[in-house]
Design a protein around this ligand. Structure first.
Ligand code: NAP
Length: 348
């Protein structure tokens, strides 16, 4: 059997594409990713990066607070939503489960596995899954997102999830980080955001940056510089994450990149905020990407890629906005583009 449309990825882009494709009677198949230790360590488990966050306060439609008086007074009775109006805001994991369920409600089929390789050189396209299954499809939507970068030190790997993290919002409130010194690496907006966020829990946040100026926006950088709990270590890099089996991370050994002097900082956590890498390895260069591996759209305001019949949505093609709402938006666009492409090629 040849599928009409397969969607790879299960973040906001993947599920939005599935909802639109299912409602267009395309009977979509979503390959949502495998639940493996490798994916856990790399941060590429099903449901994507949002499933690793807490409250999502900027996704439209989920305001926090008790909305019942407002909804009762402002809407005709038949329009008051079925959703519990007392439900307050939404968390990332909740939002992703709701999107997944919404896609299932319209008949989306789901396989919990990874796509390990593709052959896009012939039509229909072939996909090979981790557990050996082969799938053939006329059109493809790639919505595999991006993952956080780490420094790549062996000592860093040893302490992942035992003090080393790339997500302050996911892990920052854990007891091991409370009232203890912490280290954040990076000089971009993410590093500023993580350092400011962690300063609410930590005794001191050491912000380690390899240059003498931040790349971050002025306002976010200034907030960090004005925060008495954040100390910036300019021109510095981490040589080694220190720790032991029982306690996990206990500190980092820093190197001053100007004079090569070394310094040990005690800390119970190290947070990497040094950018993201798009999950495009499995494409093995068959779809055009930029120098960082992000898929390049071949037409303005369309989700077409360099391969006819292959569309992309979400962070895998966006190093700039990287928001749940923009991912969902491009997911919808990709489904509409795939539907029109299928129609124009006679695959109804
Ligand atoms: P980014 O802007 O690419 O910054 C990455 C930072 O990590 C840079 O300071 C870089 O140093 C440093 N870095 C990279 N590789 C490193 C390595 N191997 N060792 C040490 N340091 C390393 O990434 P980002 O901060 O994740 O931001 C990505 C995009 O999202 C940006 O457009 C940003 O504006 C946006 N964003 C916006 C917000 C917001 O407005 N609320 C929040 C987060 C992100 P160099 O500076 O020396 O290159």
């Amino acid at each position: 059997m040849t599928e009409r449309v397969v969607i790879i990825g299960s973040g906001p882009a993947g599920w939005s594409a599935a909802i639109y494709a299912a409602r267009a009677n395309l009977n979509p198949l979503v390959i949502e990713g495998a639940i493996t230790e490798d994916n856990r360590i790399r941060g590429t488990l099903p449901l994507g990066q949002l499933s690793m966050t807490t409250e999502v306060e900027n996704y439209p439609g989920f305001p926090a607070g008790d909305l019942s008086p407002y909804l009762k007074s402002s809407l005709p009775e038949q329009n008051v939503p079925y959703r519990d109006p007392h439900m307050t805001g939404v968390t990332g994991p909740e939002l992703m489960e709701l999107m997944r369920q919404q896609a299932r409600n319209f008949g989306t089929r789901i396989i919990t596995d990874d796509v390990v390789s593709v052959d896009l050189s012939k039509k229909p396209f072939d996909l090979s899954l981790l557990q050996g299954e082969k799938i053939s499809t006329h059109s493809l939507i790639i919505a595999t997102g991006a993952r956080a970068n780490y420094l790549g030190l062996p000592s860093e790997d040893r302490y992942k999830n035992r003090g080393v993290s790339a997500c302050a919002v996911c892990d920052g409130a854990l007891p091991r980080f409370r009232n203890k010194p912490l280290v954040v690496i990076g000089g971009g907006d993410s590093a500023m955001e993580e350092a400011s966020y962690l300063s609410k829990f930590a005794s001191t946040v050491y912000l380690v940056h390899r240059r003498g100026e931040f790349r971050a926006s002025k306002i976010m950088a200034q907030r960090v510089l004005d925060n008495p709990k954040i100390k910036v270590k300019w021109f510095s890099g981490v040589d080694e994450v220190l720790g032991d089996e029982n306690r996990g991370v206990t500190g980092v050994r820093l190197r001053n990149l100007q004079d090569s002097t070394s310094e040990v900082i005690e800390a119970t956590g190290m947070f990497c905020a040094i950018g993201h890498t798009p999950n495009t390895d499995f494409l093995a260069g068959q779809v055009q990407t930029d120098d960082k591996g992000y898929i390049v759209y071949s037409l303005p305001f369309r989700t077409n890629t360099s391969v006819d019949g292959v569309f992309a949505a979400g962070d895998v093609a966006d190093s700039y906005y990287r928001q749940a709402i923009t991912s969902a938006g491009t997911g919808c666009m990709a489904a509409l583009d795939a539907e029109r492409w299928l129609g124009s090629h006679g695959f109804h």
